[in-house]
Structure formats: C-alpha cells, structure tokens
Design a protein around this ligand. Structure first.
Ligand code: UD1
Length: 436
C-alpha cells in the first residue's frame, strides 16, 4: 500500500496548476447518461474517483474515449451513452462501495429510461450519509422505489417522471444534483426549493443547459426546470477544484511561503481566503492566460492569528476544508474554535494531528485548537480524503520525517499531490510502488 514520506520544515514557493473539480466532474459524468450523443468533458481531474465513475458508466454500456493532458494532472473524456435502451442499467455495489457519488446515476437513468437498479452507497468514515432526500423527491416525481438486497430498484410507471414543486427538507448537494438531472427530462416543470448552491451544482446545471435543458435560477436556492424530451451532445469545461485550491492555500498558510495558484475561481473559496487573510496571510488576484491566478504569501517567521470556523452549506465555510484549516490553526497564536455542522464524525484527523504535536480538544461537534504548537514528524494514518490532506499539511510543517499511511484516500481526490507539492519545493515522496 502506498504511503507518503515527508521531510517537514521547508517553505513552499512557485506556481501550481489547479485541476478540474472532482465534485463537479462526478455529477457531470453521470449527466452524460441523459443523451445518446457524445459529450466531451474537459478538465477532468486525474483521480481515482473519476476513474471509478467512468467505470460505473462503462459497466452499463457507455463508451468512453480518454485523452490525457501533458502533465498528467487532468484529462478529457468523450462519453457516449448510446444503445443503453436494452441494457441492465445496474450500478453495482463493487463499484459504489468505494465511492458514494456513483449514486448520481440514479437521477439521469430515471429521467431518460424510467428505470434503474443502483446499489445503496457504502458506509462512510465521516458519518452517516443517507439518501432519503434523493429518494423522497424522485418518488414524488412518480418513481416507484423499493430497496432489495442492498439495491435501490426504481421504476417509473408510464416511463416518464413528472414535474413537481418540491422543498428539500435539508440542504443537500447530492440530492439537488440527482433530482436536477432527473427533472431535466421529466414532463412539465419542476421547482426545487432549498436547493444547495455549491458552485459544483452551477457547473452541472450549465452542462445540462449546453445539452439542451431548460433551467432557471442557476446558483440560487430555487431551481426551476422545464423538462424536455431529448437532450443532445456538447462540450464542457469542468470548473477548477475549489477544495484542491483551498488545500494549497492552507498548506502555504501553515508551512509559510509564496505561491501562485493557476486556474482558480477565488469567489468559490472566499470564506477561506477571508479566514486566512484575517489570520495574517496576504493575497493578490490577477487574470492569467488560463483563468484567474491567486497568489498567497506568508513570510516565514510572520505570526499567524487563531480564528474561529463554522462549517456550513455554500457560501459558508466548506466542511471539505475543515480538516486542512484545522492543520493551519495548530500554527496560529491563540485559541481557535472549530464547529462542524455538516457531518457528525468529521474530526478523525484531530487524533492524528495530536500525535504530530497539535494541542487540541474535541467536544462533540466542536474542536478547540490552541496554538502555535511545535509539530514533530511521526507515522500517521489517513482516515478519509480531506483528513489525509490535513495530515500532509501538518507533515510539511513538522520537524523531521512524517509518514502518511493509507493514501489511497488522498488519491481519490487529489491529482498527483506529491508531484505538485514537490514542484513547490516540498520534500515529499511516494513510497510503495503504486501509480499516481
Ligand atoms: C457532497 C460532497 C462532499 C461534501 C458534501 C457537503 C460530492 C461528491 N460530495 O456530499 O465532498 O462534503 O457535499 O458539502 O459532491 N443528508 C441527508 N439525507 C440525504 C442526503 C444528505 O440527511 O438524502 C445529510 C447528510 O448526512 C449531511 C448533509 O445532509 O449531514 C449534507 O450532505 P450532502 O450535501 O448531501 O453531501 P453529499 O452530496 O453526500
């Protein structure tokens, strides 16, 4: 099993490209099931979750042509869901147990074919992640759903979902995306209220519009979708990954340095930029040839100040950056109170950070971090995707050698992270012989 070996204590300097957003690419890949025509998706990040998602589609009969980019951090894919009318339309547990997002195929399959058999997603280390919000809305649209041997068996009598006026009981990224895809081919108009507003949903909605869908209210909490009978092929660029970008910002804030992120949308991570600015980091934005460039500077020896964090649905502070921000706060002077409001068990990185020397306490869904604490290298275990990133950041701060085990979690969502960090001067190696 691969692990990362890090020699800490080196500031980060240089430029780093931000890959396409994994969490936008996953539903966009699922959305290609809505048409028999080819859809070309560019800026797909070269991470294992994306490869798994493409496998899910191929297992149902979609064709995929892959074109890697020069550096190997991203690729393009032409996906064609042609001839699936007689296919089994089954997304198996084998594929979905490692990656929850496979569940995104349910909405498009019901929207286009009126039937699907999709494994319930496997358990997740960061807390219970039910799919009741997805199923409730699809049932209201006319799907008959039963759970059989761990699978959601869904059928639409008459073949076509019908539009509804629906208020989500709770804000959910995945449920908004699944139902948005289903509604784009339903008969009549669907209004989704209390919809999540994450930028990844806007990206999916823009892809659907390019495919011929009619959607009003994109990037707002009320989406109005006028269902159409047929969608067609198109080309689409996936937005830059705000969580990857935010992870690099946290790395520079914690380890110090001067780094320019290339192809980033600063507005998508305004809550993090504000936090780090108030903590003492300096930011500059300018337009470059491949989109906006964001420079972060923190002089080594310059003090960081502790700030409180509360995670919440977009545009509040993202839960997917909470672990990395906690690693930063271990280096900040004062007390930082971090409240996690999205997932109940998302502090597993805290114990590993303590092993590296962090001074913190967990009380339910609140973490209290006292800093700055001198960190020293040791062996730590990655427990989930973003927790792993926090440990890498802490390892780059710590004196001496840190080994991060179980980095298959990291490979699910970060394209060539050790290569990107090495290009910034970090001393970090992958050991174990697996591929990036
Ligand atoms: C997505 C992201 C994930 C991020 C999360 C919150 C993808 C592939 N994953 O996950 O990285 O951490 O948004 O920003 O985009 N809930 C229910 N019932 C449901 C669905 C969700 O109770 O049917 C609850 C969840 O347990 C959680 C909250 O709603 O407490 C938010 O979850 P949701 O927004 O659905 O997260 P995901 O879409 O799974």
């Amino acid at each position: 099993m691969d692990r990362l070996v890090i020699e800490g204590g080196t500031p980060l300097k240089g430029r780093v490209p931000v890959s396409g957003a994994k969490n936008a690419a996953l539903p966009c890949i699922a959305a290609t099931l809505l048409t028999a025509e080819p859809v070309r998706l560019r800026h797909l990040p070269a991470v294992s979750d994306i490869r798994t998602m493409i496998k899910v589609l191929q297992s149902m009969g979609s064709q995929a042509e892959i074109e890697p980019d020069d550096e190997g951090f991203e690729f393009s894919a032409v996906l064609k869901a042609e001839g699936l009318e007689t296919a089994e339309l089954k997304a198996s547990y084998e594929l979905l147990k490692t990656m929850r997002a496979g569940f995104f195929v349910l909405g498009p399959l019901l929207g286009r074919f009126g039937r699907a058999s999709v494994s319930l997603p496997g358990g997740c280390a960061i807390g219970a992640r039910p799919v009741n919000l997805h199923l409730e809305a699809l049932e209201r649209m006319g799907a008959e759903i039963r759970i059989d041997h761990g699978y959601v068996e869904a059928q639409v009598p008459g073949g076509r979902l019908k539009g509804i006026d629906h208020t989500f009981e709770k804000v959910s990224v995945g449920a908004t995306e699944n139902v948005l895809m289903a509604a784009s081919m339903a008969s009549g108009t669907t209004i989704l209220r209390n919809a999540a507003q994450e930028p990844e949903i806007g990206d999916l909605a823009r892809l659907l519009v390019a495919m011929g869908a009619s959607i009003e209210g994109i990037d707002s909490p009320v989406l109005t979708i006028h269902g159409v009978e047929v969608l067609h092929g198109c080309e689409h660029d996936i937005i830059p990954d705000r969580i990857e970008a935010g992870t690099f910002l946290c790395a520079v804030a914690a380890a110090c340095g001067d780094v320019v992120l290339e192809r980033v949308v600063p507005d998508h991570i305004r809550s993090l930029i504000d936090l780090l600015e108030r903590s003492g980091c300096a930011f500059t934005e300018r337009e470059g040839p491949n989109g906006t460039q964001l420079r972060i500077q923190r002089d080594c020896g310059q003090k960081l100040y502790a700030k409180d964090i509360i995670t919440g649905p977009y545009p509040a502070f993202p839960t997917d950056l909470q672990a990395q921000a906690m690693a930063v706060m271990t280096q900040a002077a004062g007390i930082s109170v971090i409240r996690e409001t999205i997932f109940e068990n998302r502090f597993q990185h805290a114990m590993e950070l303590e092993r590296l020397g962090a001074n913190l306490r967990i009380d339910g869904s609140t973490a209290i971090v006292a800093g700055p604490a001198p960190l020293t290298g040791c062996t730590v275990m990655a427990t989930d995707l973003r927790a792993s990133a926090a440990l890498v950041i802490a390892g780059m701060v710590g004196q001496g050698r840190t080994e991060v085990d179980r980095i298959y979690h990291l490979d699910r969502g970060y394209a060539g992270i050790e290569r990107k960090l090495r290009n910034l001067g970090a001393r970090i190696e992958r050991v174990g012989g697996g591929k990036v």
